[in-house]
Design a protein. Structure first.
Length: 508
């Protein structure tokens, strides 16, 4: 008997979950996305993927750097399992054909990303995300050709289907015709971050957050929504910010402001030689402090070796010229902190099970590995490892059948404008927040004409930030500037009887 599993999202987490499920006899994977995987946000990743594969490095050291960057809010057991699996994951990707840059001795070339105590990040020329995605896409296509994967492209997740409080499928919408389709099976969500709630993020504008909002309104627990990472080097464009990869600073890029007519390299002045490679929350805060004083912040990539421009930073050079009209080899780049990654999301256990029976989550939409601030190079690792773990959990829970479903399709949400919500959320949930701004945003949010599920999730984000009366990682409160030990715990939000219930969960 064939059992259906539905995977929502065609990025790294979704593809890797699909691959591990499709290898099993008797499983048919329905892979759902609103666009082809070649346009997934995962393709945008440039910095690299972390693994303790360098001389003298260990998973324990990788764990410590991640734990420190996340300010003690990651799931320690799950994190240790992930970093322990990282060397095998990177070596397997290389065996599959990912063209990592190699040293002359044929070991992996490694760069140092922000927050790492040593070089640990394996990378590829022209974007590691694109290179890994190309390999996984081809492997999934092979499974499609052998009828173990059925691809649903140009389909939008609208709602879970439940029978006796067990997830038994999903409702999908065809955007052009608005036709609703029911697909049975247990469900893995790999739908990415909440870019649509904020706008001007570095990630894909296709990652609206609507799927997450539908789940939250359907009583699925979420956690740590207040932790939103700002990447310190982004270029402002019209609809989204252009990410200048952390690889640029790893290769010698330096941040500065102009003081008394000459460059002042503030990160080096404050933190020493490696100051530009502090963790992203620290760099963003220092930039924000100077921006409030009226300074413009620049990234200086001039004077690097030609070989760097032609290889590891070739994508950065071409993007800056194409999208911003600036050649970073000749002129400094005006940069600012930009919304980049959502550490919080669907609350999952160590095996990626959510609070809803039959629902699993992996990748950026889930909350587990990154705590209060993600370490550079851990996003690809978390997506690949998380996709596999979610697939394993589905297989462990396998029973050969799902509950019969006789429900009706959901009502389509009315059309609405994202911009008022985005302006409100960006103003209240910036690099620095305070209670008054958050209270005012909650009041203003209630007056916006938005679908109920968007209202609920937007309110949950603001409430999570309001209740955490401390500064920790990416969550900085000007009215509570210190980290407080009593808040080394997870915020948890859930809808009950139409209202948001907030609680704290102690770390195990």
């Amino acid at each position: 008997m064939t059992e259906n599993v539905v995977v929502i999202g065609g990025g790294l987490a979704g593809l890797n979950a699909t691959l591990h499920l499709a290898e099993q006899e008797g499983i048919l994977v329905h892979l759902v996305s609103d666009m082809y995987s070649e346009r997934s946000q995962s393709c945008l990743a440039e910095g690299g993927i972390n693994a303790a594969i360098g001389s003298g490095d260990t998973p324990e050291q990788h764990f410590q750097d991640t734990w420190k960057s996340g300010c003690g809010l990651a799931d320690a057991d799950a994190l240790m399992a992930m970093v322990s699996s990282a060397p095998e994951i990177v070596r397997e990707l290389e065996e599959w054909g990912v063209p990592f840059v190699m040293s002359p001795d044929r070991s992996f070339a490694l760069r140092t990303m922000g927050g790492h105590s040593r070089p640990r990040t394996a990378y590829a020329v022209n974007g590691i995300g694109r290179q890994i995605m190309d390999v996984l896409i081809q492997r999934v296509r092979k499974e499609e050709s052998e009828k173990r994967v059925l691809r649903h492209v140009n389909r939008v997740f609208r709602a879970l289907a439940k029978q006796n409080d067990r997830v038994c499928g999903v409702w999908l919408e065809q955007p052009d015709t608005h036709e609703m389709e029911f697909v049975p099976g247990r469900v893995i969500m790999a739908c990415g971050g909440l870019n649509g709630f904020f706008g001007n993020a570095t990630g894909s504008i296709a990652n609206t957050g609507l799927a997450a909002a539908a789940l939250f309104a359907d009583r699925v627990q979420f956690s740590n929504l207040e932790f939103i990472q700002f990447h310190p080097t982004t270029l402002r464009l019209r609809e989204k910010n252009l990410l200048i990869s952390e690889a640029a600073r790893s290769e010698g890029g330096r941040l500065f402001v102009m003081k008394s007519g000459k460059p002042f390299y503030f990160m080096e002045e404050i933190y020493g030689k490696q100051g530009d490679l502090m963790s992203r929350d620290i760099v963003s805060r220092e930039e924000w402090r100077l921006m409030k004083q009226g300074f413009d912040v620049y990234l200086d990539l001039r004077g690097l070796p030609d070989a760097v421009y032609q290889t590891t930073l070739s994508g950065v050079v071409s993007d800056c010229i194409s999208f911003a009209g600036i050649d970073p080899r000749k002129a400094p780049l005006p940069v600012e902190p930009g919304i980049h990654y959502f550490m919080g999301g669907i609350k999952v256990d160590k095996c990626h099970r959510s609070s809803a029976c039959g629902l699993y989550a992996a990748g950026e939409c889930a909350c587990q590995y990154h705590g209060a601030n993600r370490l550079g190079g851990n996003s690809l690792l978390g997506a690949i490892y998380g996709g596999k773990k979610a697939a394993e959990a589905v297989l462990d829970d396998r029973n050969g059948s799902v509950a019969e479903y006789r429900g009706k399709p959901p009502v389509r949400p009315d059309a609405f404008s994202w911009r008022p919500l985005q302006n409100l959320m960006r103003s209240a949930m910036g690099v620095e927040r305070n209670g008054q701004q958050l209270e005012e945003a909650l009041s203003r949010l209630a007056d916006l004409s938005l679908p109920n599920e968007i209202q609920l999730l937007g309110r949950a984000i603001l409430l999570s930030a309001l209740h955490r009366t401390e500064s920790r990682g990416s969550h900085q409160r000007s009215d509570y500037p210190d980290k407080r030990p009593e808040f080394q715990k997870d915020s948890v939000v859930q809808v009950q009887n139409g209202e948001i219930v907030f609680s704290w969960e102690e770390k195990q």
